[in-house]
Design a protein around this ligand. Sequence first.
Ligand code: ZN
Length: 254
Amino acid sequence: MNTYLLTVPRCQRLLFLLITTMLSFLFIGCGGDSIRKVTVTPGKWPPPRPVQPDSPSPPVVPSPPPVTSPRPSLDSYTVVIDPGHGGKDPGARGLSREPEKNIVLKIARQVARKLKQRGVNVVMTRNSDRFISLDARATLAEQRHAHLFVSIHADATRKRTVYGATVLMGRTASFQSKRAAWLIRKSLESHDVFCRKSRQQQLRVLENHSRPAVLIECGFLTNRTDARNLNSSWYQSEIAAAIAQGIETFLTRS
Ligand code: ZN
């Protein structure tokens, strides 16, 4: 402390010290390097976190596979597939290269194969070119307690302009027979097969047993377009897929 300060009164000394102290703080605060400057970049808040190159990356957890419900097996169902005619009975011919018995056997085999792939217990009334009576076919449906009996045929008429598939039922068709006919017809239509009006008529192969039963006329062999289609493998495959799908829908919704 200098001698000047010792000569002034005590209160003035205190005031002098206070002012010099404040001035020193102001000087250091404005020009000193001891205070860190914080720079805030506009639009970047919060600031990015420091990168830690050695920190382990989080483990990759594989997403679970999508849950899909498998189609239920139809192994508790029995379906009798009945290719019409056979052996000494060729069926209709019309404009067809092959007789009805051969065409319907090819379609029936494909229907049977598709149903077996879904687990259905399929019984064929014939699987070769042999004659089977109508009563024997009907008896098979009864013996096997068929959930559905499906007879497969091709049509014929004197009018060559008539064409299209037809799903038939017996005169005394049960509710289940009518339901099967409706579902198979819907499936045929969804496969772009033109269908004529379904109807009931006297058919021994459908009426001489108690099981649900339908008869499908796959088209007219007396119509040029239908005959050409029915002799082609692609159309046989297409109509077989439609029939099988209709049967499958009938079984799964019963
Ligand atoms: Zn026939």
